[in-house]
Ligand binder design. Structure first.
Ligand SMILES: C[S@@+](CC[C@H](N)C(=O)[O-])C[C@H]1O[C@@H](n2cnc3c(N)ncnc32)[C@H](O)[C@@H]1O
Length: 378
């Protein structure tokens, strides 16, 4: 490992000091796969969802934030490092701030809808419903294999299915549709098919729409992700995108991140097309979107958290490796953009600075659930 880091220009101190990072999915599990075709590659990309879900459960168990639904999607919980738990918390927090503000926008007319691209086992829909928010429809799209598993779990667990109205299994149980929540299987690289299926399930191009890409578009070739963004630009009247993904592939740390992912056959195909914050903004602005803003996670951490959150997090667990934390956080960004024909004024109120009422609840250390006591997926 050290040889790799040195050859990539990382100092010895950084190389040796980065031990807590090795458990991060971008650095861990150096599985060498000898056979490598498109099915393998899709499978590897699908597995990144398990990493994300396990990380979320780890942060929840430590008390960083509350989400009682994630446990139903994890078979084998794993405790993550403090760096990862903090990162997972901030990822959750920034996207929650954007999603909540979108849902609270005062836009008369059509009900709001959300599409989560590559949703994996994300449980945000259930948390939003639990908090009493109204959503016209929340669509989740991922590979059919992932959606089929999620549909089965949602269907089986009354704790989840209680939030669905008129739910029915479709495609032989591979998908699940209901009045306010639809789980649709498909390959994002075949966007025309997905767009057609969204329409079949009530998606409206003239309804205010939030598109979430949480560590997803980065896995696609820019040709494929741009096809999706072009479609959103062309077809939707009032759209917002909330995106979270890796950036900065070209510095020493970035090269090491890419190299280590590649050794697991994980390709961040989009990272070189949008390597810097300004590129993340330009990917929307050049298409005529009204506004786009991108921040790295250091900026969020240093300026947008409630100051009381630092002492709260310190009580949950110690984060000694500040240098590593900063390096990693510099390589992740949150970006959001909107374009609107009917509600520019409303969309322009969205800001990452606005804290949510439920963030206050996490300001006191939560009663730790403890991974071993969690009710696990069977
Ligand atoms: C890192 S996971 C993130 C999952 C979820 N967004 C979250 O943050 O918990 C990436 C997800 O994107 C999905 N994905 C990547 N490429 C895809 C494609 N071409 N079609 C459908 N889903 C895709 C994967 O299956 C996986 O669930």
């Amino acid at each position: 490992m050290a040889a790799v880091q040195k050859s990539r220009g990382i100092s010895n101190a950084q190389a040796e000091g980065c031990s807590a990072l090795w458990s991060h999915p971008v650095f861990s599990s150096f599985t060498v796969m000898h056979f490598h075709d498109e099915n393998d590659e899709n499978e590897i990309v699908r597995n990144t969802n398990d990493d994300a879900t396990v990380s979320r459960l780890s942060a929840i168990a430590k008390g960083y934030f509350a989400d009682e639904f994630v446990k139903y999607f994890v078979k084998r919980p794993v405790e993550r490092s403090p760096i990862m738990n903090r990162g997972t918390y901030i990822r959750q927090l920034v996207l929650d701030r954007l999603v909540h503000q979108f849902l609270e926008l005062d836009i008369p007319g059509k009900e709001k809808q959300i599409i989560s691209l590559g949703s994996g086992f994300d449980t945000r829909y259930f948390m939003l419903k639990k908090r009493g928010l109204d959503i016209g429809c929340y669509y989740e799209v991922d590979f059919p294999e992932t959606i089929a598993k999620k549909a089965a779990i949602v269907h089986r667990r009354k704790e989840l299915s209680q939030y669905l109205t008129d739910a029915r299994a479709v495609k032989g149980g591979m998908e699940l549709v209901s009045k306010h929540y639809c789980l649709l299987g498909g390959d994002l690289r075949e966007w025309d098919d997905i767009a057609k299926r969204l329409m079949e399930h009530g998606f409206k191009v003239d309804a205010p729409t939030l598109v979430i890409s949480e560590c997803v578009l980065i896995y696609l070739d820019p040709l494929d992700s741009n096809r999706i963004i072009d479609w959103l630009t062309r077809e939707l009247t009032d759209a917002m995108v909330a995106l979270y993904e890796q950036i900065k592939p070209d510095d020493a740390f970035g090269r090491m991140m890419i190299h280590n992912l590649q050794s697991r056959h994980i390709e961040l195909r989009g990272i070189h097309a949008y390597p810097e914050l300004k590129d993340q903004e330009q990917r929307f602005l050049r298409l005529g979107w009204d506004h786009a803003k991108a921040l790295d996670i250091n900026m969020v951490h240093d300026t947008l958290l409630d100051p009381r959150d630092f002492s709260r997090m310190a009580k949950l667990e110690m984060l000694d490796e500040m240098e590593e934390w900063r390096l990693l956080s510099e390589h992740y960004c949150v970006a959001w953009a909107y374009k609107s024909c009917n509600a520019k004024g409303a969309f322009s109120s969205i800001t990452l600075e606005k804290r949510l009422p439920h963030e206050g609840q996490t300001l006191e250390p939560q009663k730790k659930t403890g991974l071993s006591r969690l009710h696990l997926r069977v």
